[in-house]
Design a protein around this ligand. Structure first.
Ligand SMILES: [Zn+2]
Length: 221
């Protein structure tokens, strides 16, 4: 699947040409290559267009094939063996990339503001990024302003985000920024931390063992 997923090498690719290799009557389309991000790692799947046909979601099949989900009523507008232009809904994906990157920076900010702790969950859409972090027994108060200060510094530093495939396993992707430790992740990130822009962070308890941080973009209403 690696060579097929154009966004791994080119995360800012908005349009691409591809051949339709399979169409399922249930309303899924398979291409020989795609820049659409398939839902995984907590990040939502991309939407956009194949020619004039709307892609509602992008998902992985059980066997790892990438499925572009369309309305079954649009099936007759596409044909196997033809070349088609794919177009990512870039406004939606840009917000998703900013929030995905913000989720990583929240983790790094929490390590520096609150001490080392495990990431126990999270998810990312174009509207918000959530990350759950382990809370020690008896740990009561969390200084949200210390965390947002650390986050603001990481964003203001505007350091480049480098992505690279693993040396021993090219299917594993990593990223790092500003001399910090590499983090394993195959999702889509912005090119530098400054692109995340202004975010608002909300803190909530989640059960007895976790806290949940939610980031929203201040410019997206
Ligand atoms: Zn990531």
């Amino acid at each position: 699947v690696e060579g097929i997923e154009l966004h791994r090498q080119q995360p800012t690719m908005q349009t691409f040409l591809a051949d339709i290799v399979a169409i399922d009557p249930a309303g899924v389309v398979e291409l020989n290559r795609t820049a659409f991000y398939a839902r995984s790692g907590g990040q939502q799947g991309d939407t956009g267009l194949l020619g004039e046909v709307a892609v509602r979601d992008t998902i992985y099949a059980q066997d790892g094939r990438i499925l572009h989900v369309i309305d079954p009523g649009d099936l007759q507008r596409l044909a196997v063996g033809t070349t088609i232009e794919g177009r990512i809904d870039w406004e939606r994906r840009s917000r998703t990339m900013r929030l995905h990157t913000a989720q990583h920076l929240l983790y790094l900010a929490a390590q520096s503001a609150w001490g080392e702790r495990h990431n126990t969950g999270g998810d990312i859409t174009d509207e918000r990024a959530r990350i759950d972090l382990a809370r020690d027994d008896g740990e009561a108060a969390f200084d949200l302003s210390a965390l947002t200060d650390a986050l603001t510094s990481l964003i203001a530093a505007d350091t480049a985000i480098e992505r690279y495939a693993g040396a021993s396993d090219a299917r594993r992707w990593y990223w790092r920024t500003g001399g910090l430790e590499p983090i394993g992740c195959g999702g889509t990130h912005v090119q530098s931390t400054g692109e995340v822009g202004h975010v608002t962070v909300d803190l909530k308890r989640k059960g007895s063992r976790n806290v949940r941080l939610t980031a929203t973009l201040r410019d997206s209403g």
